[in-house]
Design a protein around this ligand. Sequence first.
Ligand code: SF4
Length: 307
Amino acid sequence: MTLGRFGLRKRDYDFPPFRPPSEANSLLLRVTRGCPWNRCTFCSMYKGMKFERREPEEVLEDISMARELYSDQVRTVFIGDSNSLVYKTDELVKILKHLYSSFPHIERVTSYARAKTLAKKPVEELEKLFKAGLNRLHVGLETGDRELLKEIDKGATPEEMVEAGRKAKQASFEYSLYVLLGIGGEEKWEQHAKGTAEVLNQIDPHFIRVRTFVPQPNSQLYDAMEEGRFQPASPETILKETRLLLKDLQVTSQFLSDHISNLVPLHGKLPEEKEKMIQLIDEVLKGLQDDVALREEMEARRHLSHL
Ligand code: SF4
């Protein structure tokens, strides 16, 4: 369980169990528990956890407790769990105000959100949240391909993904989208890459963050793999897919692979650093042809990481 660098004791304070890698130094604050959707076939993060909205008073108490210990140190805050936008907007605004008055040096407040929730929320409410200080949203796109979105039961169409992104940007949020490399397996890598680039091109998010799909026990896709109904993509396929995705992208986003599951450290601003990243993929693809140790290292990553 991730507690962040703040040493608050678990028995006194309710921590979100997951946060983006970029929030490693943030104060972690929990307004909900679990996932209100909880159906994505690749995900085991909140399985078995009943979804709950925490009472606003409880959350305000957590903030006050953290303030006593860390008032001057907090620069960034992450709000969990999986989709804080289902919380009542006015209540979330109250919580944000208490955060900003408790920690005078806050520079960024971030949350996970579901695209479907964003697509349905009136833009005026999103603007209220942005004005109250929620300034970055992390959203799981996973894929832009219609068929795959349905298969993984993401609960949103490509059009809703685009609508969510446009609204978030209209409300001035920094928008960060996650792409799940390898989610189409060995069979559907090409449509995954093309469909994902198509959706990303329409949104042009501030950040595109890629993670490599590693089947998780306690998820439907893991069972499908065990039963031979899903063939995970090989390292070559994932690299070819990433190459095609990059090639088709026409965005001005920051491209990041800030996750242990990824095969190649690709980081760069698009479009300026696209060719450099494609070149790196080509070098690794070439290396894989005759470097047994490299292949073994990449295969081993499947067992190293979790979402
Ligand atoms: S991927 Fe996100 S939306 Fe889907 S079940 Fe997991 S936490 Fe919920």
